[in-house]
Write a protein that binds this ligand. Structure first.
Ligand code: AR6
Length: 171
C-alpha cells in the first residue's frame, strides 16, 4: 500500500527517487525552493534545464538529479495567485497530476513535493494543501508504482496546515 506523509525540512536533503521543483516557466532557476535545488544539484542542472526549453504553467518536465540524492528532479510551474478566479486551483491541481504522471513513467517509487505556488507565487497555503492532498490521495487510489509520497513543508505553521488537510481534526 502506498502512503502519503508530511515532513518539515529542506527537500534537497531527501534520499528519495525524485523531488519536485516549484520552478518558473524558464526552468533556469530562481529563488525559494527552486534556488535551493539548483544550488544543491550544481551547475550541470542549469545546463540540462536549458535543453528542456521551458515549461508552461500547470505542466511538468523531468531532469536528472545531478548532485542530489534524488535520481530525478520533476520541474513543475505553479500558477501565480491572482485572487482565485483565474483558474489557479485547476492549474495547481494540474501541476500535481503532471508531476505524478512523470514519476510513474520514470519508475519512481518515492517522491517528494514542496508546497508548489505557496511562496513567491502567493497561493494561500490552506487552499493549496487541500489540492495537494486531494490530488496525491486520488492518484494513489489508482494503479501506481509509487510506494511513498512526501509532502514537504518549510515552516511549522505550514506543517500544521498540511497535517490538518491530511488528517482533519486529528483523525
Ligand atoms: N525545501 C522545501 N521547501 C522549501 C524550500 C526548501 N529548501 N525553500 C522554500 N520552500 P517558492 P513558488 C518552500 O517561493 O511559490 C522561484 O523564484 C516555501 O516555504 O519556492 O511556487 C521560482 O523560480 C514555500 O512553502 O515557490 C519561481 O519564480 C514553497 O517552498 C517562483 O519562485 C514554495 O515557495 C515560484 O514560486
Amino acid at each position: 500500500m502506498s502512503s502519503v506523509r508530511v515532513w518539515l525540512g529542506d527537500i534537497t536533503t531527501l534520499d528519495v527517487d525524485a523531488i519536485v521543483n516549484a520552478a518558473n516557466s524558464s526552468l533556469l532557476g530562481g529563488g525559494g525552493v527552486d534556488g535551493a535545488i539548483h544550488r544543491a544539484a550544481g551547475p550541470e542542472l542549469r545546463e540540462e534545464c536549458r535543453e528542456l526549453g521551458g515549461c508552461p504553467t500547470g505542466e511538468a518536465r523531468i531532469s536528472g538529479g545531478h548532485r542530489l540524492f534524488a535520481r530525478h528532479i520533476i520541474h513543475t510551474v505553479g500558477p501565480v495567485w491572482h485572487g482565485g478566479d483565474k483558474g489557479e486551483d485547476e492549474l495547481l491541481a494540474s501541476c500535481y497530476r503532471a508531476s505524478l504522471a512523470l514519476a510513474e513513467e520514470h519508475d519512481v517509487h518515492t517522491l517528494a513535493f514542496p508546497a508548489i505556488s505557496t511562496g513567491v507565487y502567493g497561493f494561500p497555503i490552506e487552499r493549496a494543501a487541500q489540492i495537494a492532498v486531494r490530488e496525491v490521495r486520488g492518484h494513489l487510489a489508482g494503479p501506481t508504482g509509487l510506494d511513498e509520497v512526501i509532502l514537504v513543508v518549510f515552516s511549522s505553521r505550514d506543517e500544521d496546515v498540511y497535517r490538518e488537510a491530511l488528517f482533519p481534526h486529528g483523525e
